[in-house]
Design a protein around this ligand. Structure first.
Ligand code: HEC
Ligand code: HEC
Ligand code: HEC
Ligand code: HEC
Ligand code: HEC
Length: 218
């Protein structure tokens, strides 16, 4: 019951704001579940929250019926669910190193239990002010048996993995491969873990200034 009730209290203000056209005003920020991340300061709420079908009145009635147990399923209220397609409308890139669709192949099922790599929201949740909401050791879900034929690193990859140095990976590789960044070959030169964690929470990007692709606000 508490869960359902919170869905209703959350949903009502969203619908009213939507109906009153206030999505983009200062009230919208007050309403948001938490601050959106810096990179999205210029992105409108509708970039990620698009209206769902049905009039506001129908939605109010359906939501109420669900809350008091007269309906089996909840409905989208004023705003449809946020999906990866919203993100890809602005962030699709031809050079993506880990495209989410790839992880919908059945062989990745065990990995997806550790990290939902088939959805942007598996690692980015928004409204928690963080750039990345996952932990830096996520690489372990898929790269457990990695060996390089001619490994250029002074502590080779298979040894890093045997010693479970999973937090080292992001010290030399970004995840999406979108930064113009050459991985170092000496572990002494890798980006420290503290800088990676700061970057996950709005700190400066540690992989240099340039990206292959940058999204444009709408
Ligand atoms: C970059 C995408 C993005 C932007 C921009 C964004 N949100 Fe969200 N919002 C999300 C995600 C992701 C969730 C989590 C819900 C989900 O997973 O569907 C969410 C959840 C919410 C919720 C909780 C209710 C619900 O539908 O689950 C409210 C309310 C909300 N956002 C309001 C806002 C407002 C107001 C703005 C503009 C200031 C805004 N959002 C901008 C992505 C975004
Ligand atoms: C309407 C366009 C738009 C939508 C929709 C959108 N973004 Fe963005 N996003 C941007 C822009 C513009 C930037 C800032 C420029 C950049 O870093 O590419 C940005 C920045 C970011 C950043 C930070 C980049 C950095 O280096 O600081 C992340 C992470 C991000 N977006 C993830 C997402 C996710 C996840 C979603 C879906 C929930 C999403 N975005 C939806 C336009 C959008
Ligand atoms: C398995 C976890 C994971 C998934 C799934 C994921 N990301 Fe990321 N994302 C990260 C990590 C880790 C970083 C920080 C390292 C980096 O910059 O590549 C990041 C950084 C970013 C950045 C900032 C750097 C850049 O490349 O511009 C953007 C934007 C972004 N992600 C968008 C997305 C979008 C859009 C999706 C869905 C298509 C997505 N991410 C799916 C883990 C993930
Ligand atoms: C859900 C599974 C999954 C996760 C999680 C994952 N990877 Fe990968 N990664 C892959 C697959 C699959 C490939 C492609 C391998 C191939 O083509 O042979 C790949 C390729 C790569 C490549 C080579 C890309 C290229 O351009 O050839 C690097 C570097 C990499 N991953 C680093 C990372 C790092 C760092 C992390 C953690 C932040 C990570 N990966 C997390 C599955 C994953
Ligand atoms: C000290 C830096 C360093 C660390 C730490 C590191 N790598 Fe690498 N990695 C490299 C370099 C250098 C290469 C070879 C150059 C290249 O392929 O980009 C490489 C290559 C790779 C490749 C193959 C890319 C290809 O083109 O086939 C993958 C996958 C990869 N690393 C994943 C990981 C994972 C997962 C971790 C964490 C266990 C990790 N790396 C830790 C520097 C590092």
């Amino acid at each position: 019951m508490t869960l359902r009730r919170s869905a209703v209290t959350m949903a009502i203000p969203v619908a009213f704001l939507g109906a009153m056209g206030l999505w983009t005003g200062p009230a919208a920020h007050w309403l948001a579940q938490g601050p959106i991340q810096q990179g999205h300061a210029e992105v409108s709420c509708q970039g990620c929250h698009t209206p769902s079908p049905g009039t506001t009145r129908q939605q109010v009635q359906a939501r109420f019926a669900f809350a008091i147990g007269r309906r089996d399923s909840d409905v989208d209220f004023g705003n449809g669910p946020v999906t990866s397609d919203h993100c890809l409308a602005c962030h699709a890139r031809p050079n993506e190193r880990h495209p989410i669709y790839r992880f919908r192949e059945p062989r990745f099922e065990p990995a997806l239990r550790a990290v939902r790599a088939d959805s942007c929201l598996g690692c980015h949740s928004e409204h928690d002010a963080a750039r990345v909401s996952a932990t830096p050791d996520i690489c372990s879900a898929c790269h457990g048996d990695l060996t390089l034929a001619r490994d250029p690193v002074n502590i080779p990859h298979d040894r890093l993995i045997a010693e479970e140095k999973w937090e080292s990976c992001l010290g030399c590789h970004d995840f999406h491969g979108n930064h113009v960044f050459e991985p170092p070959t000496r572990v002494q030169a890798m980006i420290p873990g503290a800088a990676i964690r700061a970057y996950f929470h709005q700190g400066a990007g540690p992989y240099g200034t340039f990206k292959h692709f940058e999204a444009k606000p709408e």
